[in-house]
Design a protein around this ligand. Structure first.
Ligand code: IFM
Length: 434
């Protein structure tokens, strides 16, 4: 059970559970087109055990049971993503009626159960046909994404409680085009610089398209890490500043202030699109809320022979089974920082959670992070909601099915769902209105 109560987060606070299309849906034979994750997973040792999302949690067929779990857990909201290749198999052009119908059923299923739909347009499953044209490296993606956003707004806009354009642009750009850990697996500075800019440009054109078509309550979901220096030395402090610029300030500054950190535009100048500054008004279109995904901190040390002159070092806090330090105070500080330095908009913790088989640790993790949100609110942060990542154990990208973030256990052989203690802890807190 949690020590935190619903009342500690204040009236009107939204509690939800989150998932993403590629990680849970499966159901890839309804006319859905291929995505970059299908081919990335099929390549060499990109993903543990060569796991892919072809079946995943079979949510495509089992969504009623999954929405029942959201409702019975007492959650107010469900955060899900649309699969672009299910709706528009080639990325642009013809739509797939079966895909449109699937999301009709899913959204209506939420509304029938009294669950608020929080939709994300892009959670990493780029149609392969668009990757063939350069994907996030190609400026045209701003138009492709806007057309996709318009389709969603027209079809579903009046039924969605909130809409986010992009999930975790750092992952879309840097992790996938510089570190090569996620699809499409590039390790190239020019590819990364272009993706870093185009992903935010597409966010902006997406916001415009959603608004024109009447969708309301628009936001973006940024993954942030508290950047800390490995020591007090000026070199390590400067390394933490660079780490913060790369992970946090590029996205916060771009979207909420229309400016990138100079530290990085200097470093990336030869690789960025020449006229990137002209796009800043589009990138910083007004929003209605900002989502923050938080998992851990980053500790940085100076490393002159490494890219960007920095290296990440391991800390000594308790870690999840992925080796991520558990640091609720980092969430508290980030929420206060974003509300103080960047925006008055409502913030949502759109994801936090822990990869771990021992669920008692997950209960403690959530208790600690809920307290951190309450503390942040007491310090003036404008936080309106908290979503657990994830409703279900699911496809954890390059980790395949080896990593379990769910508050509900999934047996991948039988697809049986079994609520864990952490689900029961949420249920206990959310059904107790005191
Ligand atoms: O599973 C992912 C999710 O897709 C995006 N945010 C982080 C989670 C855990 O790695």
């Amino acid at each position: 059970m949690f020590t935190v109560s619903r009342a500690d987060l204040g009236p009107g606070f939204t509690f939800g559970a989150a998932t993403a299309a590629y990680q849970i849906e499966g159901g890839q034979t309804d006319g859905r087109g291929p995505s970059i994750w299908d081919s990335f997973a099929a390549t060499g040792s990109n993903v543990k055990n060569h796991d892919d999302g072809s079946v995943a949690c079979d949510h495509y067929n089992r969504w009623p049971e999954d929405l029942d779990l959201v409702r019975d857990g007492g959650f107010d909201a469900y955060r899900f993503s649309f699969a672009w290749p299910r709706l528009i198999p080639e990325g642009t052009g013809a739509v797939n009626k079966a895909g449109l119908d699937f999301y009709d059923r899913l959204i209506d299923g939420m509304l029938e159960r009294g669950i608020k739909p929080f939709a994300t347009l892009y959670h990493w499953d780029l149609p392969s046909a668009l990757q063939d044209k350069g994907g996030w490296m190609n400026r045209d993606i701003a138009g492709w994404f806007a057309d996709y956003a318009a389709l969603i707004a027209r079809r579903y806009g009046d039924r969605l409680h909130a809409v986010a354009t992009i999930n975790e642009p750092w992952c879309v750009a840097f992790l996938s085009h510089y570190l090569g850990v996620h699809a499409p697996g590039y390790r190239d500075l020019r590819a990364a610089a272009r993706a870093m800019h185009h992903v935010l440009l597409a966010h902006g054109t997406g916001v415009d398209a959603l608004r024109v078509e009447g969708a309301k309550n628009l936001g973006i979901v940024l993954n942030l890490e508290k950047a800390e220096a490995a020591s007090d030395s000026p070199e390590d402090v400067a390394a933490a500043d660079m780490g913060d610029a790369l992970f946090n300030r590029w996205y916060l500054g771009g979207v909420l202030k229309g400016e990138y950190p100079k530290l990085l535009t200097d470093e990336l100048a030869p690789y960025l699109p020449k006229t990137y500054e002209r796009d800043m008004p589009v990138i910083s279109r007004s929003l209605d809320w900002v989502g923050i995904n938080y998992y851990t901190r980053g500790i940085y040390a100076a490393a002159p022979d490494q890219p960007f002159g920095i290296t990440k070092v391991s800390g000594d806090l308790e870690k999840s089974d992925l080796g991520w330090e558990i640091y609720p105070k980092g969430l508290e500080d980030l929420l206060v920082r974003v509300s103080t330095d960047y925006t008055d908009l409502p913030l949502y913790v759109t994801e936090t959670g822990m990869s771990e088989d021992d669920d008692s640790k997950r209960v403690a993790y959530y208790d600690g992070h809920l307290k951190a949100v309450a503390n942040a609110k007491a310090r003036g942060a404008n936080v309106d909601g908290f979503f657990a990542w994830s409703l279900l154990d699911n496809y954890e990208w390059a980790e395949g099915y080896t990593s379990r973030f769910g508050i509900v256990h999934v047996d991948y052989d039988t697809q049986v769902r079994t609520p864990k203690g952490s689900y029961r802890a949420f249920q206990g807190m959310l059904h107790n209105t005191k």
